[in-house]
Design a protein around this ligand. Structure first.
Ligand code: PEP
Ligand code: MN
Length: 379
């Protein structure tokens, strides 16, 4: 079967030094068995459709970037039980089933705005996730062996989830094209990504005529599309159309991440445009990615009050437009981190327990508080 996404321009890909070892990794992964099943993919699509109709609610949560070193028994046990506790809390408040999707078991690759970053006065290649390079400043060179390690750890985590919390689905950004392409198998007349149940198109790769959008349009998995303030709405509608040519409810989730400055002026227009197109989408809110800034103490952070305000504001706008808020997309840590300002964390505290490999995550207290606010708003 032709794979048309492979011949298109592909942004945000690592620059590997050794094409031979890259080819070896790619060959290995192409033959490697899938990690999820066709039935699970279909089941998630019907769950998403039910959330879009208001019968359930989607909670998509996890790290901005998973670390290889986090794939230990104790860590995964804590992480998964915490995510389940969040889902249970929300289920009790909302009195409806929660569709729990982790940013987990493969969220190892990150898009970066700049190829280099300066840390402690030293300019190094940007960290692009454990799938690509190491966070260590001395080892930023992309290494193809990390693709293979990502696959095995993703398999380990999938296996662990199945034993511990089999109703949780997995997701990550479809970013590293060699990896995603290798996990994509032709099954029953369709392409499917067998590396995760749900994959999403990020803000930096959402471009018609390029590899990522094209790729998403060929797989049968349910997919997310991040929608940020610079989205071209005509292009967005064309992408939705291409990805969901059959206009199936539950196939495409729009993950709104406009930011506090933009949501009031833009969300209504986005909803109008989607309605005008007649396309069925699942409305989700990501109140974190549009609100990242640098603290006075030099940390990449987000402000909890702002996050709550954008969440509640988006809920109000979606409902005023007679659409249903189907779910939330959040970056959280199960540990008591100090990465997001608010609820007891001030600028000066950020350095106390700042552990994220990439974006700042809500800690458990902040997560529960946000979920409670959402529950009240949705009642
Ligand atoms: C992310 O979800 O970690 C991310 C990079 O999001 P976005 O593409 O919306 O910036
Ligand atoms: Mn992030």
């Amino acid at each position: 079967m032709q794979r048309p996404w492979l011949s298109l321009p592909c942004v945000q890909q690592p620059d590997y030094q050794s094409s031979e070892s890259l080819q070896r990794a790619s060959n290995f992964l192409s033959e490697a068995p899938g990690l999820i099943t066709y039935q699970e993919i279909q089941s998630l699509k019907s769950h998403l459709a039910s959330s879009a109709e208001g019968s359930s609610f989607i909670l998509q949560i996890g790290d901005c970037a998973e670390a290889f070193s986090d794939c230990t028994h104790n860590l995964l046990t804590s992480k998964i039980s915490q995510y389940t506790a969040y889902a249970n809390h929300l289920q009790q408040c909302l009195n409806k089933p929660i569709v729990l999707i982790g940013r987990i078991a493969g969220q190892f690759c990150k898009p970066r705005s700049e190829p280099y970053e300066t840390i402690n006065g030293r300019q190094v290649l940007s960290y692009k996730g454990d799938m690509v390079n190491s966070i260590s400043l001395d080892n930023r060179e992309p290494d193809p062996e990390r693709l293979i390690k990502s696959y095995f750890l993703s398999a380990t985590v999938h296996n662990f989830i199945r034993a511990n919390e089999p109703s949780m689905f997995t997701s990550h950004e479809a970013l590293h094209m060699i990896y995603e392409n290798s996990m994509t198998k032709y099954h029953d007349g369709k392409f499917m990504n067998f590396g995760a149940h749900f994959v999403w198109l990020g803000e930096r790769t959402r471009k018609l005529g390029q590899a990522h959008a094209e790729y998403l349009s060929h797989i049968d998995n349910p997919v997310g599309i991040k929608v940020g303030p610079n989205a071209d709405l005509n292009e967005l509608i064309e992408i939705i159309n291409k990805v969901n040519i059959q206009n199936q409810l539950g196939k495409v989730a729009l993950i709104i991440r406009l930011g506090i400055k933009n949501y009031k002026s833009q969300l209504g227009m986005i909803i109008d445009k989607v309605k005008e197109s007649g396309k069925k989408v699942v409305w989700m809110i990501d109140p974190l990615h549009g609100n990242t800034y640098k603290s006075s103490t030099g940390f990449k952070t987000r402000d909890f009050t702002t996050v709550v305000e954008e969440t509640l504001g988006c809920i109000e706008i979606i409902r005023k437009n007679n659409e249903i808020v189907a779910g939330l997309h959040l970056e959280v840590s199960f540990r008591d981190v100090t990465e997001v300002v608010g609820l007891g964390v001030c600028d000066e505290d950020l350095g106390n327990c700042y552990e994220t490999l990439c974006d700042p995550r809500l800690n458990p207290k902040q997560t529960i508080a946000l979920l409670s606010e959402v529950a009240v708003a949705l009642k």
